[in-house]
Ligand binder design. Structure first.
Ligand SMILES: N[C@H](CCC[C@H](N)C(=O)O)C(=O)O
Length: 284
């Protein structure tokens, strides 16, 4: 019987099982299987997936994220805040600002510390990618997708496409509690026009500095929060003239609030909580 130590952490209820790969050894070919197993609430630990905290040649640490269906994602905003908290509190890094490597590039983390504990983290998520080629989405690769009319299952919707290193489709609704998260979400996630699948966000605009937000995640389904998705929602809202560039927007997710600014220089800053739930040993 094999085993590894883990830490369960969450960002606004978006929880993952974190494994410190500076100490643990997991077989590459088993990572997808392990992600599915640990995420299972009945026979595993229960989470939205698995996140590996790995050594990096180009940054202080590297983050890899696996969804609960075993697919590997390229970025994870809530995960980045928890990784930053973990590596600071475990002495893997000593500075309060450092770089984290992801499959979609490098990001800068800044931890806010009280009595040796990190209670919130700000991540510079870098620049959003807006062209069809970068989202990715079929069609002319340099075209952008802003409030574009698109049909799913015989109904017409208006979509804004944003990549934060992972793909997001943003739809606006009048009342967030009526958003078709579990009906339209899975249809959009697997639509053939999105070669790498799609994370699906629903947004109600409260005012020019406040959004309500719900999400259907690629590979994980409904989650309490999605950091990259919230960043995509703020970028989409500026592009659609609903919120302002360079001004902080509060995004109300099911699991709590994120504070996000799409700066004039193009970078997207995301600030929010990161919490440790428990540690343990997993047998498989
Ligand atoms: N929950 C994550 C996003 C995971 C994205 C993953 N579902 C994918 O892109 O495949 C976040 O906080 O950004």
């Amino acid at each position: 019987m094999r085993s590894f130590s883990f830490t369960k952490m969450h960002g606004l209820g978006n929880s993952y099982i974190y494994v410190n790969m500076f100490k643990e050894r997991l077989a590459e070919e088993e990572l997808s299987y392990i992600a599915k197993r640990v995420a299972n609430v009945h026979t595993g630990i229960g989470s939205d997936g698995l996140i590996l905290i790995c050594p990096s040649d180009v940054a202080s640490v590297k983050m890899r994220i696996f969804n609960s269906d075993g697919s590997e994602g390229k970025n994870c905003g809530n995960g980045l805040r928890c990784v930053a908290k973990y590596v600071y509190e475990h002495g893997i890094v000593q500075e309060e600002q450092f770089m984290i490597e992801t499959l979609s590039g490098l990001v800068q983390a800044r931890v806010f510390v009280e009595d040796g504990k990190v209670n919130s983290v700000e991540i510079n998520m870098g620049k959003p990618r807006l062209s069809r080629g970068e989202i990715p989405m079929v069609g002319k690769e340099n075209d952008v997708v802003i409030n574009e009319r698109i049909d799913f299952a015989g109904h017409t919707y208006y979509m804004t496409g944003v990549s934060m290193g992972n793909p997001h489709a943003v739809f606006y609704v009048d009342r967030i509690e009526e958003a078709p998260v579990t009906t339209l979400g899975p249809i959009v996630e697997k639509d053939e026009r999105f070669p790498e699948g799609m994370n699906v966000e629903f947004v109600e605009v409260v005012n020019e500095r406040e959004l309500h937000f719900r999400v259907w995640e690629r590979g994980s389904g409904v989650t309490e929060a999605c950091g990259t998705g919230a960043c995509a929602a703020v970028v989409a809202s500026v592009l659609n003239g609903k919120t302002k560039r360079d001004e902080e927007t509060v995004v109300h997710l099911a699991g709590g609030d994120l504070y996000i600014t799409w700066k004039e220089n193009g970078d997207v800053l995301m600030r929010g909580a990161a919490e440790t739930i428990c540690t343990g040993v997993y047998y498989y």
